[in-house]
Ligand binder design. Sequence first.
Ligand SMILES: *[C@@H]1O[C@H](CO)[C@@H](O)[C@H](O)[C@H]1NC(C)=O
Length: 671
Amino acid sequence: MEFDRSPFCSIICSTIISLIILNPVSFLVYSLDGPVTDIFKHLYFADFYPSTNPRIHHEVKLLGNAKFSDSKGSIQIPDPIRALDLRHQAGRAIFSSPIRLFDPPTQTPASFQTTFSIQFDTTPTPPAPISTSNYSDGSHGGSGLTFIIVPDEVTVGRPGPWLGMLNDACDDDYKAFAVEFDTRRNLEFGDPNDNHVGINLGSILSSTTINASDVGIYLRDGSVHRAWITYDGERKWIDIRLGPDGQAYPSTPIFSAPLDLSPFLKEYMFVGFSASTGNLTQIHNVLSWNFSSTSRAALRFPSTETCETKIFLQATKATEPAHRKPPSSFMIFVAVVVLCLVVLINLYYNGKRRKEKSTLVILPDKKQRPRPPNKPRRFSIAELSSATRCFSEAEVLGSDTGGIFYRGMLHNGCHVAVKRFSTRFLNSTGADRRRILKEIGVISRVRNPNLVPVRGWCCDKRETMVVYDYMSNGSLDRWLFGVGVLPWSRRFKVVKDVAEALSFLHSKKLAHKNVKTSSVFLDVSFRAVLGDFGFILGAPAVSSRDVAQKADVFGFGIVALEIVAGSKNSDEEGEELLDFAWRMHEREEKGKVVDRRMGLVYNPEQAFRVVEIGLLCTMNEGSGRPTMEEVVEMLNMERSIPQLPARRPVALFPYNSATDLCSGYSCAPFR
Ligand SMILES: *[C@@H]1O[C@H](CO)[C@@H](O)[C@H](O)[C@H]1NC(C)=O
């Protein structure tokens, strides 16, 4: 059957024309290359007295436990009157309109400056009796306050060390930036002391901390302090100043360094404050606040190019000069009738087509099936290239012999980490790409809280890439071998998490094949998740899968030792950590393996246990290397650790030749 398209098309065209008459603006195409303009925003609050200044109720939104104090003229978090128990409270005070802080076309953050005065009242009278054991250190003091930039005006963060900044519902896509004024030392979060300023980038773990005592400021001393934060979006530079209120602007900042805020900003963000209390309480007061920002934007003018919609528009104008002002009800009526006609005709022909099984297709027959947003899928090179800004050096997260990791942002705004396998490496291992793809497919279907979710893959031309969820706290090696010191409780949790991840994989008859500290990532809540799978290596046969699992156990042993020792297995020219650990075991001096930077703040029983398990995992396959399931049980104290040989076994055969390729460890001879 032939179908005459022309009447059909003309109906559609006339519908479009009538819609244009109804709403001409929405049909114009805007160009993004218009002249550049600056968008200014300025907020000023000399005080927060709600009685003399009723507008603050509209301009500042209070969330969680917060209030305006009429006696102090301040924002108070928590509210000392409402809260029966001031412990474990969190609140926010946010300027109620969003502010443009990022220019997406140019990826440039706005410049802003803010100053505010704060005072922490450490002697609130607690209305409810609080057991004195909570004050065992003899001091009061809540957790602290932050100046925050957040994506919404509905989230309240967690109390305690989270400072009201983040909560469990905030995933990796929750963009946030904060400068914290922290008065509690939380070893878990690597805090240096109970009087510091920190910079928090999408995470409650500060990327930088500054000792406030160094500039003679004691945040909890009850006096009013003033902070100034200046950010230059063009230069990507931050300056933070801190001093007593009412005195001159400090000439030297307490912190001044380059900082790219673009990964932590959306176009429009909310600014304000958050604070919390934990076991200890204090009232955080914000007494005054001044904020101004400037962001660049290109004016959006209608395009000057001739486009079809414009021709339609001109044609309509020419024929109906009288109808340039608001659409008459007659026009609306015509448009509605025409629309109904289109729908009816469409239904009619669809029905007819189905009956006659005609081959003619006018409208796309198969509708795009909605796909769950997290379902792993194939990506095109173009998509990943734009996500990583053409694989820009600035987006590199890390690299190893297998390839390079890039940070990327997909069109839907999700952050991802893209591993781009090196072609040279792929060729040198003679890897079969079809098999790699199959393995990626298999791994992407398993889900476990201790595995980094695989979002997809790309296999185009000569490129092979895997797309993972982006983990905001980076990889374990950065935390373990970096400047900060990861506390023991955290380390022990990481060992357990990794063991559980591997045990889960092995139970599914899969292997990771690339177990090392740089494959372990830390999520927002600091849970360890295993990623960077070694897809390239190994073969599908059962026997070699078995071998791959044994190599995973060996890799885990090394990782466990590295976590305890805080140093790499083969770092400097000196002795390998594995050799050293064996020697210390022989001499019964396992304490020497433990990272000295932790001082005495660790649990020796747990730490020695991990050392023993680490050594067990690196034993010969035949002579007692445990399975990951057994390792998990040993870590949970559900299984005793078998006696280690008093002396190191003569030869160690850690890897088979295939799995060795991708690891960074030097190996003893192969069997
Ligand atoms: C912070 O500074 C004070 C005074 O300069 C000093 O006594 C203290 O040890 C410092 N704390 C840390 C953790 O560096």
